[in-house]
Design a protein around this ligand. Structure first.
Ligand code: GLN
Length: 198
């Protein structure tokens, strides 16, 4: 099978880290800033950053509608942190009028771990893998409620909160696997993309 072409939404956030991680996981990775670029890709990553900024820039760059449309047409998408927020059908603690691309039937709470624990690192055990992942959380959200169609992939070993989910070809983590050398999450996503590759 050829290397799938995966876009990284490059409006804001840790784009180079995702490009490197995807390349190491066997994909060809390119930054996406325009709707025409989006048309070419087999999969898309929405990086961490700040979801309110991602929302506003997506509107300014005419990407809000096209990304939402490709998601509903079945494009595999992986969102980390702010990217998880952008994939949620419902938000808790969003700013006034804040919109997402949507796709995963879940409620995600922004900045859920609170101000005191702005950033922290902990182990996350995935349902699919007994070896825990060392996970970096930065002003992270958690999944407050997930519909029956959503598979809970992982909970934070410390709080028990849902921090990794999958629904069909959509994958989301509250933490940042692009910031650690472990490539299992990006590998899982690239495998999902390969399964949908035309
Ligand atoms: N708190 C940020 C938001 O609401 C997400 C933080 C992150 O992506 N590291 O978008």
């Amino acid at each position: 099978m050829t290397r799938p072409l995966v876009g990284v939404l490059a409006l804001q956030g840790d784009v180079p880290e995702h490009i490197r991680a995807l390349t190491e996981a066997g994909a060809e990775a390119i930054p996406i800033r325009r709707p025409e670029e989006l048309d070419r890709v087999d999969g898309l990553v929405i990086p961490g950053g700040e979801s309110t900024t991602l929302w506003r820039l997506s509107m300014a760059f005419d990407l809000l509608e096209p990304v939402a449309k490709r998601i509903s047409d079945g494009l595999p998408v992986f969102g980390s942190c702010a990217g998880m927020i952008m994939l949620a059908d419902r938000l808790a603690d969003g700013v006034e009028g804040q919109q997402t691309f949507g796709g995963i039937d879940m409620t995600v709470r922004r900045n859920a771990f609170g101000r005191q624990v702005d950033s922290f690192e902990t182990e996350v055990t995935l349902a699919t893998d007994p070896e825990p992942i060392h996970a970096v959380f930065i002003r992270a959200p958690w999944v407050e409620q997930a519909a029956g169609t959503v598979t809970v992939l992982g909970t934070d070993d410390r709080t028990g909160r849902i921090v990794a989910v999958r629904q069909g070809q959509l994958l989301a983590t509250a933490f940042h696997p692009e910031l650690t050398p472990d490539r299992r999450i990006h590998q899982l996503f690239v495998d999902i993309v390969k399964g949908q590759q035309k």
